[in-house]
Design a protein. Structure first.
Length: 95
């Protein structure tokens, strides 16, 4: 499901104007990106949390040259679902 499909689904569920829902969803995503970028967690109880995840530095392989290369430590965003969300998605699909 793409962002525009999520927005249309919210519009159908709530009856709020598409432009307003688009503004709210976009603002929410910006806040999540900004906070995770600063190293903070963003929690949604019953759904999950967005958090920064540190990947350790490691030695990689340059296949074309046949040499070892150093891959630096980096921080990337990750999502961890809640147990409640996992039990809902564990149910078999009825469609």
């Amino acid at each position: 499901m793409r962002k525009d499909e999520v927005i249309q689904s919210i519009v159908k569920m709530t009856g709020v104007e598409t432009a307003d829902v688009n503004l709210i969803v976009s603002a929410m995503l910006k806040v999540i990106k900004k906070e995770v970028g600063k190293g903070n967690r963003v929690d949604f109880r019953g759904f999950g949390c967005f958090q920064p995840k540190v990947r350790k530095a490691k030695i990689g392989r340059d296949i074309t040259r046949g040499t070892s290369i150093q891959i630096p430590t980096k921080v990337e965003p990750s999502f961890r679902h809640s147990k409640k969300y996992f039990t809902v998605t564990e149910q078999p699909c009825t469609t």
